[in-house]
Design a protein around this ligand. Structure first.
Ligand code: GAR
Length: 198
């Protein structure tokens, strides 16, 4: 089998990237291989995680770069990428980008879509919104990426209980541990199976 070639796009700490690297080692991901990590931030700790795992990295900054998306597309094509995973990638991609990779871009979002999602809902803001609304259950969603922010077809979801005394930071950690780090690798394996070649 020729494994699907996976590129992971990151902006920050990269704990979801780490979950993917670990899942590759443990065999949860067996139909795909992370061959490239692209960060739009030069100081993202995710880059160190990739380097420690021997994965090729690229920094493509958005600020002041009118060719931001074109530069990413070029890097993805040079790498012969089959699947793109947005793992804490804090930029919204345009329709011209997403339509080039239909059913090939996955995103992990820290809520049960369609709650607390769309433009402006990212990172801790999502958990702040869930707590201030007062929901009793939240979770995470892995979905395909299309032109609507957080609007593509859902692949996997997992619910997480909200507990008395939760702060956005405590809730973020629980959602990561109990949902994101589990369903992201599972979804990546599901999609990799489709693009791996015999
Ligand atoms: C994760 O919780 C991820 O779901 C979220 O940002 C965090 C990144 O953490 N993504 C979004 O909010 C996207 N809308 P990480 O860098 O440690 O993986």
């Amino acid at each position: 089998m020729v494994k699907a070639r996976i590129a992971v796009l990151v902006s920050g700490g990269g704990t979801n990237l780490q979950a993917l690297i670990d899942a590759q080692k443990s065999g949860v991901i067996k139909s795909g291989e992370i061959t490239l990590v692209i960060s739009n931030k030069s100081d993202a700790y995710a880059l160190t995680r990739a380097e420690n795992a021997g994965i090729k990295t690229r920094i493509i900054e958005k600020k002041g770069n009118v060719n931001f998306e074109a530069d990413i597309i070029k890097a993805l094509q040079e790498n012969k990428t089959d699947i793109i995973v947005l793992a804490g990638f804090m930029c919204i991609l345009s329709e011209s980008f997403t339509s080039l990779f239909e059913n090939r871009i996955l995103n992990v979002h820290p809520s049960l879509i369609p709650s607390f999602c769309g433009e402006g809902f990212y990172g801790l803001k999502v958990h702040e919104a869930a707590l201030s609304y007062g929901v009793k259950v939240t979770g995470a969603t892995v979905h395909f990426v299309n032109e609507i922010p957080d609007g593509g077809k859902i692949i996997l979801q997992k619910a997480v209980e909200i507990e008395e005394g939760d702060t956005p930071e405590i809730l973020q950690k629980r959602v990561m541990e109990q949902a994101e780090w589990i369903i992201l690798p599972q979804a990546v394996e599901l999609v990799s199976k489709t693009y791996a070649k015999e």
